[in-house]
Write a protein that binds this ligand. Structure first.
Ligand code: ADP
Ligand code: MG
Ligand code: ZN
Length: 483
């Protein structure tokens, strides 16, 4: 059997959260009554003229710069011509051969392996209106009728296109997740997949492993979450391999991901770019970006996720923990940041947040941001471990108590009776009692067989309800048995 390699390239659309639309003054607002945030420009009425939104250009420059792209001094708007009911002008203003940003990259990590995904281009366009298919399954082919809402028409849209550098469904997901984090860090979009402010199209092909040429691709649409992106790509790779193995050929087409069946189905044969009759937009001047503007954007960029992970690793946090702190819930990152600013121990606090806190939050189904936990608690808890007031395992129990609203770490440690016994005479008395009760174990150790040593330590820990300092216990047993 041939070994196949998957090749994937992703096109991502991101709606920018600007005050107004791309070419008119209508507000960009979600959830308004249908067709209330429209005007002659975004409805494509005859004679209406577009005026570009500089805030949107600023937003795309931020995205392109964050992705390490080159910024074109001069780029152009083009008309992409096609008919669809949600596109009242019968063309979408987009960019074609000269995009505003090009040649960047995103690095993704899967199972400890880093891969660079090239960014071919980042270009500016406008969104279309929305068709709402009523009746049937909510899709056009079995709908009773369709409604049109032009509120989204003309919302600034950024398209980010990768090189065909992705090799697995896991990498596709990691790419999508990192791009989403970058866009959210910049604050230019809320990048919500379920709501469509971020949308992925995955181009998937296969080829015999080691082949130089690309295979024929299928483009998969309608993936509404990172999980579906991974599932859809995995399904499509599998489908193509099975097809080719059974003597079939992959055709170039657009396929629809169906979340419920977990399958992709053919939608239409793929259009070629010639079909769109692109030509330069006569109503708009080129986009000119001065060196000063480009540099100002670069200098004002916030700390990006990759840099933030590296900074956390510099604080003693390991790579997987750093990925969790930067990756998931904002609240976790904010708590960690706050605790670091207050001088907390990075390694301990990072491990607690990514380990116990995440596990607690899943088990209790309470978001960490909705608990009383604040950075000062984490710092206090780390100090209690540092000065041996709490053992490492007791600290985890205290954290759970704080998350559950039982009070500050000091209060929880008291009320749950978890404070370590620091009085060495108390510990010594417990050690003596255990040694007296296990004379044969002591004898074995004294005869040179150290195996029972851990057992004896365990017995003392048990006798003290886990509150003795294990190191102190070991030291005492060693001194008394010669183990
Ligand atoms: P369009 O889909 O608009 O025609 P492109 O031809 O530029 O645009 O390709 C879009 C995406 O498809 C890019 O991300 C590119 O990397 C990817 N791609 C192109 N050819 C292949 C292929 N044979 N297999 C997988 N992905 C591909
Ligand atoms: Mg495409
Ligand atoms: Zn408008």
């Amino acid at each position: 059997m041939t070994d196949y390699e998957a090749v994937i390239g992703i096109e991502t659309h991101v709606e920018l959260m600007t005050d107004s639309k791309m070419f008119c003054g209508c507000p960009v607002k979600f959830g308004e009554p249908p067709n209330t945030t429209t005007c002659p420009v975004c409805l494509g009425l005859p004679g209406a003229l577009p005026v570009p939104n500089s805030e949107a250009i600023e937003g795309i420059l931020q995205i392109g710069t964050a992705l390490g792209c080159q910024v074109a001094d001069t780029s152009f708007f083009h008309r992409k011509n096609y008919f669809y009911p949600d596109l009242p002008k019968n063309y979408q203003i987009s960019q074609y051969d000269v995009p505003i940003c090009h040649d960047g990259e995103i690095q993704v990590e899967v199972d400890g392996e880093d891969t660079k995904i090239g960014i071919t281009r980042v270009h500016m366009e406008e969104d279309t209106g929305k068709s709402i298919h009523v009746g049937g399954g909510g899709r056009i082919h079995d709908a009773e009728y369709s409604l049109l809402d032009f509120n989204r028409s003309g919302v600034p849209l950024v398209e980010i296109v990768t090189e065909p550098d992705i090799r697995s469904a896991e990498q596709a997901r990691a790419y999508g997740a990192e791009l989403q984090r970058i866009v959210r860090t910049l604050g230019v979009s809320d990048a919500r997949l379920e709501e469509g402010s971020m949308r992925f199209d995955a181009n998937v092909s296969i080829r015999p492993a080691g082949a130089a040429e690309l295979g024929t691709r299928a483009e998969v649409k309608n993936v509404n979450s990172l999980r579906s992106l991974q599932r859809a790509v995995a399904f499509e790779i599998h489908r193509q391999i099975e097809l080719v193995e059974s003597g079939g050929v992959v055709v170039q087409e657009t396929r629809h991901w169906n979340e419920d069946s977990g399958k992709t189905t053919s939608m239409r044969s793929k259009e070629e770019s010639e079909d769109y009759r692109y030509f330069q937009e006569p109503d708009l001047v080129p986009i000119e970006v001065s060196a000063a503007w480009r540099d100002a954007v670069r200098e004002a960029l916030p700390e990006l996720p990759a840099a933030r992970r590296a900074r956390y690793q510099g604080l003693g946090v390991d790579a997987r923990v750093a990925a969790v702190l930067v990756g998931s819930e904002d609240a976790i990152g904010d708590l960690f940041e706050g605790a670091m600013n207050a001088g907390g121990d990075g390694r301990l606090i990072g491990n607690w947040l990514s380990g116990e806190a995440v596990a607690w939050s899943r088990a209790e189904e309470v978001a960490i941001g909705d608990t009383p936990l604040v950075p000062a608690h984490l710092v206090e808890l780390a100090e209690m471990v540092g000065d041996s007031t709490l053992s490492a395992s007791a600290a985890k129990q205290v954290l759970a108590g704080v998350l559950a609203g039982e009070g500050t770490p000091g209060e929880v440690a008291e009320s749950r009776d978890l404070i370590q016994i620091s009085d060495s005479s108390v510990i010594e008395a417990e050690v003596d009692a255990v040694l007296a009760g296990h004379a044969d174990a002591v004898a074995s150790i004294q005869a040179g067989d150290n195996k029972p040593f851990g057992f004896l330590v365990g017995q003392v820990m048990r006798a003290t309800g886990g509150k003795a300092d294990p190191k102190q216990v070991s030291d005492l047993i060693r001194a008394k048995t010669g183990g």
